[in-house]
Design a protein around this ligand. Structure first.
Ligand SMILES: Cc1cc2nc3c(=O)[nH]c(=O)nc-3n(C[C@H](O)[C@H](O)[C@H](O)COP(=O)(O)OP(=O)(O)OC[C@H]3O[C@@H](n4cnc5c(N)ncnc54)[C@H](O)[C@@H]3O)c2cc1C
Length: 564
C-alpha cells in the first residue's frame, strides 16, 4: 500500500508490536492493512508511528529523505513538547497526560467553547494559529450580536421576538437555512449575555447612525477586540491553556472519532475536540478556484479584499471535507460587503465599509445602476453588496450621494471624492460622462415625492425605473456630490461542516462521538446565503457554548452522554 498516497482519508490506529518494532493499522476507505513503522523500528511505539504518518499526510509527498529528516525533526519537536502537553492535564489519576478538550481556533466560537468546557471541569488546551497580538480572528473586528428579546433589556430597546428574528433570517437566506438550528441560535441569543458578562464582556447601546440596530443588536463596549481580550483573560484565569502560533494542519481520525491534532508534525491528543478555525475567506487561491472565471474571462476573486484576519485559511475545513465529513453550503456563498476600494488586503475591519449605499445610487464601470439600493434597511442588505459588486465588470462600482445624505450614515475613515457638479464626479471617477449623466437624469426623473425618513421604510421610491429604488429615493441634485469606489470585501465564507443540535461533526449522516464544530466552520447550517447584522456572533456564541459543553461531556462522562 502506498502510504504517502493515502493522504487525508487514512485512519491510523497505532499498535506497538511486542518485539518493540513499530506497527500500526492503516485504513483507507474500507481497506485495512497492517503496516510496519518504517525507520522507527528500534525504539518506536505506536504513537510515534502515528506521528510519523501524520507528518507525511500533512506534507503531501516530498522525497523520502525529506520525509526521514522531517520525521526526525517532528519526533524531536514532539519529545520537547510532550512535557508541555502533559502539563496541560489538570485532572489527577490515570486519566492524566491526555487533554480532555482540545479547542482549535482562537476567536469567539473557540473561546466560548473553551470557557464552557473548562467550566464543566474539563482540562482545555486552545490552539490559535496567529501570534498573540493578532489573536481573536474575525471576532476581534466585530461590534455586536443580534439578540432576541421579548421586552426592553439593558442596552436593547423595545422587543425583538423569536418569530421576527426567524422571519428576518428566513428572508435574507431565501429559505436556505436549517430551521431547527436557526431557532436554537435565536433562543440562545436571548440568554447568553449574562454568561458573557460573567466572563468580562461589557455592552453598550447602539451608537446613533449605526445601522438602525438599537432594537436588535447588543454592542460590545470596546468592540470585538475587548470581547476577545475579556474571554482570553477569563479563560486563562480559569486554567485554559492557550498556545499561539499553533496552526493545526491535520487531524488523526478513526471511524469519525477524533484522536489527535497535528501542529507542524507535533501530535496533540485529546479526549474530545472542538473545531472553531473559521472559514476559508483568507485563502485567496481557494476563493479564486471557487469563483472561477466569469463570462468576461475575469477571475472575480482576484479583486476581493478580505475584511478580517489573514489566518482563516480553511486548512482544517479542507482537511475535514477530504476526510469525509458532511458538508453544508456553497463555496461561493459568503458574507460580502462592498468596501472602500482602498482597503488593505486583510484586516481592514469595519472602518472600510461604505454605508451610504441606501441613501444614493450605485453605478458600475459602465455608469449604470444594477440593483435596488433602497430594497430594505441597510443592516439587512449591506452584506449582499459585496457579491453584487463582484458580479460587475472589473468587480468595481461607485456609491454616489449628494449633500442631503451627509450626516445620515456612519462616515468611512477615508473621505470620498468630493466635487461640485455631477459632470466633475464622472470625470474624477473615470466614468463615461454622457452615460453617467443619463443614468443620473433617469434616476432623478423617476423619483416620486414622498416623506423622506431614513429611519423607516419610507415612501420615497422610483416609478418606472429598472432597477427600481424602493425606499429613500431622493433626487441627487444638491452639491457637494460625493463618490466612493467600492470593491467586494469578503467577511466570511459559508461552506462548512454539517452539524446538529449537539454541534457534532457528521460523517455519512452519523454524528462523531467526540468531534464538534462551532462558528464560521458551521455557520452555513444557518446561513445558506445572505446575512443580517450580528448573526455571525449569535451563531458562534450559541454553537461555541454548545460545542464546548458537548466536548466536555464526551471527555469526562463518555461519548454516549454527549449525544444524550
Ligand atoms: C470586519 C468584520 C466585522 C464583523 N462584524 C460583526 C459584527 O459586528 N457582528 C457579528 O455578528 N459578526 C460580525 N462579523 C462576523 C464575525 O466576525 C464572525 O461571524 C465570527 O467572528 C466568527 O467567529 P469564529 O470564532 O467562528 O471565527 P474567528 O473569530 O475568525 O476565529 C477563527 C480563529 O481560528 C484561527 N485559526 C484558523 N485556522 C486555524 C488552524 N488551522 N489552527 C488553529 N487556529 C486556526 C484563527 O486564527 C482565528 O483565531 C464581522 C467580521 C468582520 C471581518
Amino acid at each position: 500500500m502506498n502510504l504517502l498516497g493515502a493522504v487525508a482519508r487514512a485512519v491510523i490506529r497505532p499498535c506497538p508490536g511486542r518485539s518493540g518494532r513499530c506497527f500500526g493499522r492503516l485504513q483507507v476507505g474500507a481497506q485495512e492493512a497492517k503496516v510496519e513503522g518504517l525507520n522507527l523500528t528500534a525504539t518506536g511505539d505506536g504513537q510515534r508511528l502515528a506521528e510519523a504518518l501524520g507528518a507525511r499526510i500533512v506534507n503531501g509527498a516530498p522525497g523520502a529523505s525529506q520525509h526521514r529528516s522531517h520525521d526526525r525533526d517532528a519526533a524531536r519537536r514532539a519529545a520537547r513538547r510532550s512535557a508541555a502537553t502533559n502539563a496541560y492535564s489538570t485532572r489527577a489519576g490515570a486519566r492524566d497526560r491526555v487533554i480532555d478538550v482540545l479547542v482549535i481556533g482562537g476567536g469567539n466560537a473557540a473561546l466560548c467553547a473553551a470557557l464552557m468546557a473548562r467550566e464543566a471541569g474539563a482540562s482545555v488546551l486552545l490552539l490559535e494559529a496567529s501570534p498573540r497580538e493578532w489573536r481573536g480572528g474575525n471576532s476581534q473586528h466585530t461590534r455586536n450580536l443580534r439578540c432576541m428579546h421579548d421586552a426592553p433589556q439593558d442596552v436593547l430597546v423595545d422587543a425583538y421576538p423569536e418569530e421576527e428574528y426567524w422571519q428576518d433570517l428566513l428572508k435574507v437566506t431565501g429559505g436556505k437555512t436549517d430551521e431547527a438550528l436557526a431557532r436554537l441560535v435565536i433562543r440562545a441569543s436571548s440568554n447568553c449575555r449574562p454568561w458573557m458578562v460573567r466572563h468580562g464582556v461589557r455592552f453598550q447601546p447602539s451608537l446613533s447612525g449605526a445601522l438602525h440596530t438599537a432594537r436588535t443588536n447588543a454592542f460590545f463596549l470596546g468592540g470585538g477586540k475587548a470581547l476577545v481580550n475579556a474571554y482570553y483573560r477569563s479563560a486563562e484565569a480559569l486554567g485554559v491553556h492557550v498556545r499561539y502560533e499553533a496552526p493545526v494542519d491535520s487531524l488523526e481520525l478513526a471511524d469519525g472519532r477524533f484522536e489527535a491534532a497535528f501542529v507542524r508534525g507535533e501530535r496533540i491528543a485529546a479526549r474530545a475536540c472542538v473545531l472553531a478555525a473559521g472559514g476559508f475567506e483568507s485563502n485567496l487561491e481557494w476563493l479564486r478556484e471557487s469563483w472561477g472565471t466569469n463570462e468576461r474571462g475575469e477571475h472575480p476573486a482576484d479583486q476581493f479584499l478580505i475584511r478580517g484576519t489573514r489566518y482563516n485559511t480553511g486548512t482544517l475545513l479542507k482537511f475535514m471535507l477530504h476526510a469525509g465529513a458532511d458538508a453544508v453550503g456553497d463555496a461561493t456563498q459568503a458574507h460580502m460587503v462592498a468596501i472602500d476600494a482602498r482597503a488593505p488586503q486583510y484586516d481592514g475591519g469595519i472602518c472600510t465599509r461604505i454605508d451610504c449605499v441606501s441613501l444614493g445610487i450605485v453605478v458600475n464601470r459602465d455608469a449604470e445602476r444594477f440593483y435596488d439600493e433602497g430594497e430594505d434597511f441597510w443592516p439587512k442588505r449591506y452584506a449582499i453588496w459585496g457579491r453584487l459588486v463582484a458580479q460587475q465588470p472589473g468587480q468595481i462600482a461607485w456609491s454616489i450621494i449628494d449633500a442631503k445624505a451627509v450626516g445620515r450614515f456612519m462616515p468611512p475613515v477615508s473621505s470620498g471624492v468630493r466635487v461640485e457638479t455631477p459632470r466633475d464626479l464622472a470625470m474624477r471617477l473615470g466614468l463615461d460622462e454622457a452615460r453617467f449623466m443619463r443614468t443620473l437624469h433617469d434616476y432623478n426623473a423617476a423619483t416620486r415625492a414622498g416623506t423622506f425618513d431614513h429611519t423607516m421604510l419610507d415612501d420615497c421610491r422610483t416609478d418606472g425605473l429598472t432597477p427600481p429604488k424602493s425606499h429613500w429615493a431622493q433626487r441627487i441634485d444638491t452639491p457637494p456630490f460625493f463618490g466612493y469606489a467600492l470593491r467586494p470585501g469578503v467577511t466570511f465564507t459559508y461552506l462548512g461542516l454539517k452539524t446538529d443540535q449537539t454541534a457534532a461533526v457528521r460523517f455519512g449522516g452519523q454524528p462523531s462521538p467526540n468531534l464538534f464544530v462551532a462558528g464560521e466552520m458551521m455557520a452555513g447550517n444557518v446561513l445558506g446565503q445572505g446575512y443580517t447584522a450580528g448573526v455571525g456572533m449569535s451563531i458562534g456564541t450559541a454553537f461555541g457554548r454548545i460545542a464546548g459543553g458537548s466536548a466536555a461531556t464526551a471527555a469526562l462522562y463518555g461519548e454516549a452522554h454527549a449525544r444524550a
